[in-house]
Design a protein around this ligand. Structure first.
Ligand code: TK8
Length: 339
């Protein structure tokens, strides 16, 4: 299957035409225009979620707030788009939380490997007090966190060898997100982690700059990574949330009722995105095998061994964060697990 995976010029113009056709409104008639960009392509449930946000906001304001949607890192990578939000030159982006660590230290805790036992525990914590606190902490960084969306459990792919156990990571050059926890964890496993923006990843794998990468199943399939990767391992090593961010200067410029409206829309579109995402993640494994990837099954024992090896990394980063926050966070995880 050709998913139109990469960031070709063609995709870019297709997208903008499709957007214009999708909407009965136009930016020219709107009092407020939201430029919203994501890193993944327009096949991914994240983009469907963004289109849902657009639909809700435009309908409920009768076109007074118009949303322009961009995908495939057209407006930059996660980090660049967050910087644009701070400057007020872009209004919305929905990064994985990993690169948010470059703005707010406490976000590092979300990337501790094997932290959340399942998606329900993650949702419980994120939609509870700790999640609210993390969203609020972005205000100092000129961003407003409006909702949690879901990227999902991350799995490993590579072009070199089947990876089933912790030992199999030895010597693999793995692209990681720009996040210290990920870097240290993969080093601890004996791999050579190489941080890289998501938009450069496909080419990086194609040219052999990296042997492998890690992302949820939907990304691996919908971005066509199977074209350049032979081995898939269901490591499930970390749960990756998305966080829906708005530029604070833009948010502050909105009247109160519009502020409430965009918050509710981000939440509602997120619920839709999460539903789509989980359904897709389930379907994608078969599709990857059909495309010729070899599936290496990682046992619970192997995962436990990986978790033990990276535990010192979690401990080291936990020590560097605010201790009261860390304690309350782990308590929230425990409470969620007991529900
Ligand atoms: C897309 C990224 C991506 C993330 C990564 O903007 O960088 O690997 O998983 O989904 O946020």
């Amino acid at each position: 299957a050709d998913n139109g995976a990469n960031n070709t010029e063609e995709n870019v113009s297709d997208n903008n035409e499709a957007d214009a056709a999708n909407s009965e409104y136009s930016s020219g008639d709107a009092s407020y225009v939201i430029e919203a960009g994501i890193g993944l392509n327009n096949q991914h449930p994240q983009y469907e979620g963004l289109l849902r946000f657009k639909e809700i906001v435009e309908e409920e304001t009768d076109g007074d707030v118009y949303v322009e949607t961009y995908h495939s890192s057209q407006l930059g990578d996660d980090r660049e788009m967050m910087e644009a939000l701070q400057l007020g030159s872009q209004e919305v982006t929905i990064p994985s939380t990993a690169p948010v660590t470059n703005f707010v230290d406490e976000y590092a805790i979300l990337d501790f490997p094997f932290l959340f036992a399942n998606e329900e525990v993650a949702m419980e914590v994120l939609n509870g007090e700790m999640g609210d606190e993390l969203l609020d902490s972005l205000e100092d960084q000129e961003m407003v966190g409006l909702a949690w969306w879901e990227n999902g459990y991350r799995d490993l792919t590579n072009s070199t060898q089947p990876v089933e156990t912790a030992e199999d990571f030895q010597g693999l050059t793995i692209r990681t997100m720009e996040n210290e926890v990920h870097l240290e964890a993969f080093s601890e496993l004996g791999a050579n982690p190489t941080p890289m923006a998501f938009g450069e990843l496909f080419t990086g794998m194609q040219q052999g700059t990296v042997d492998g990468q890690e992302n949820p199943l939907a990304t691996i399939y919908l971005e066509g990574f199977y074209e350049v990767q032979d081995y898939y391992s269901d490591t499930n090593h970390v749960y990756s949330p998305f966080v829906f961010l708005m530029s604070k200067s833009f948010y502050d410029s909105l009247p109160d009722d519009y502020q409430e409206l965009v918050g509710d829309a981000a939440q509602e579109a997120g619920e839709f995105q999460i539903e789509q995402n989980r359904a897709q993640n389930e379907e994608m494994l078969e599709s990857l095998i059909d495309e010729g990837m070899e599936h290496s099954e990682v046992t619970d024992e192997a995962r436990e061994e990986m978790a033990e090896i990276v535990q010192p990394v979690n401990d080291q980063f936990a020590e560097q964060l605010d201790q009261d926050f860390v304690e309350r966070f782990f308590q929230a995880v425990e409470d969620a697990e007991e529900m």
